[in-house]
Every structure is written in structure tokens, then in C-alpha cells.
Write a protein of this length. Sequence first.
Length: 148
Amino acid sequence: MTENLSYYRFKTDIPIRFSDLDAYGHVNNAVYLTYFEIARSSYWKEAISWDQNNAGIILGRSEINYLKPLKLDDKISCYVRTTRIGNSSFDMMHVLVKQTPHGEEVCTTGKTVCISYDYSTNKSVPIPLHERQRMIEYDEPPLILNTN
């Protein structure tokens, strides 16, 4: 799976902590979800200005493609973008890269389905208009819009 990094405008550095490693010195597979969460949260705050007081966000699904292992001394970053926007849910892609002498090397890709959520009613809600418009402006093209 090759991701076209030119489609990604948002990128954030991710520190690898000693506690992220397994017995073999690799980043544990479960930690990648935390790296994706760090990147998503930064994206929502810095690029989209999502108002969490108006509508929260919950995770509906996660997929991860482990391509190359990560180790403690690797310098990594995560690219994030919205790839589909529905009525109350939207898809996000994540690409973890490590810095090498030859440039960035893709190590992991992932997709999450996120749901706009009202914690007071415990129900999904339509994506707020401001946040919807910001994702469209920020990540288009090739963003897929639908209302299903």
C-alpha cells in the first residue's frame, strides 16, 4: 500500500518512549493506536479547530497496516487527513513515517472511522457545520463527501 503524501497537509512529530517498546525493542503493536490518537487530536485542535464542547468525537473503527518496525531511536512523524465525510461519521487516514538519511520512509498506515457524538445524550449527531467545512477546505482534494 503506497500513500501519496502530497495529499497530506497535516503532520506532527511523535516521540517514542521507552515504555512504548516490547521485549524485542520494537514499538508494541497496540501503541500505534496511541500515536494515531495523538496525531488526530493535534489535527482537530490545530487544523480544524473542533469545538469539543459543542460535539465530541468517538472512534467507531480502526485499521492498521504494519509495514516496518519502529525502534526507540527512530524519529517519527504522523501525517493525518480526512478522506470521507458523511452525516455524522468521517474517515481519517494516518501515515507514520520515520526519518532516514534518504528522506521519509513509510512504516505504518491506518484508517479510523470517527463519529461526531453528543455525550449528554449518548448519541451520534451530525458533524457541526464549522468543523465539516474546515475539513473540506483543509483536506480537499481528493475528499469523498456523502450524506449516508
